[in-house]
Design a protein around this ligand. Structure first.
Ligand code: ARG
Length: 257
């Protein structure tokens, strides 16, 4: 995540806090995920992408050599400096399997300003042996859609508090898919057709820094990829996910899945 991007997000947050009265309490109410710690093997498709040995982003295993993540996780990075860890819910336990990366396939229409088309595939150098705590996840169908308020599951090794402290342990939480109309009315600048938004009524359950690239699933299928948001868990504020249904055919073409 570039510092420019972070600055943009911080500015957006500050603007929101400054100008929208109902958001005056955003700063105090911001929390990460809430949710719970995952059990071993509970999210067998979850990947930790490590940059120079530190957790950087999440991802989802879609075949034995392909991972789906966010474009902002791979853009500007060198595949030789990134590794993928699968099969663990505790990064400090050392029981995961680590894989080298052969190639990043970033969506050619990814726009770092708007975060439109925020999707990347990662091709591993060698196939992951499936089984036990390591499994692929099915992708949602092209243009698949759900009613507003449908429950979705998010998971990640991302920050669990305002200090952006990483827990090393995998967490998960349930959030609701929110309608495009609702999200656009929340002063979202440019929710595009490649994005879906989701949140939690309490505002205290959310994805956060370090969860990016990771899965949002509905009915056990990958429906969204953690992309961006306003702080982490501000009341009434959705988080944005790359809409897998809109990019389904691009995934098929490039990952053959
Ligand atoms: N873009 C961030 C990352 O690189 C996190 C995205 C989720 N943020 C949020 N406030 N919901 O990990």
């Amino acid at each position: 995540m570039s510092s420019v991007n972070n600055l943009v997000k911080l500015s957006i947050l500050l603007l929101a806090v400054t100008f929208v009265h109902s958001d005056m309490d955003v700063a105090e109410e911001s929390r990460i995920i809430g949710g719970q710690f995952a059990a071993p093997g509970q999210f067998p498709h979850q990947v930790s992408l490590q940059l120079n040995g530190r957790h950087h982003c999440g991802g989802s295993l879609i075949s034995d050599t392909m991972i789906v993540t966010a474009a902002h996780c791979t853009m500007g990075q060198n595949p030789g400096q990134m590794k993928a860890i699968v099969g663990t819910n505790d990064l400090s336990a050392g029981n995961g399997q680590t894989f080298n990366i052969a190639q990043f396939i970033i969506h050619p229409r990814y726009n770092p300003q708007s975060q439109d088309f925020d999707m990347s595939l990662i091709k591993l150098s060698s196939p992951v042996p499936m089984g036990g705590a390591v499994q692929t996840i099915q992708l949602a169908d092209s243009d698949s859609n759900y009613a507003a308020d449908t429950m979705a599951m998010i998971s990640g090794f991302g920050a669990i508090n305002q200090n952006l402290q990483l827990p090393n342990r995998l967490k998960f939480a349930q959030v609701q898919l929110w309608s495009r109309d609702y999200c656009n009315s929340q002063n979202i600048p440019g929710l595009t057709d490649r994005m879906v938004c989701a949140g939690h009524p309490s505002g205290q359950v959310s994805s956060c820094q370090g969860d990016s690239g990771g899965p949002l699933t509905v009915d056990g299928k990958l429906f969204g990829v953690v992309s961006w948001g306003f702080g982490c868990g501000a009341k009434g504020r959705p988080a944005m996910y790359t809409y897998v249904g809109a990019l389904r055919s691009w995934i098929k073409q490039n990952a053959n899945v």
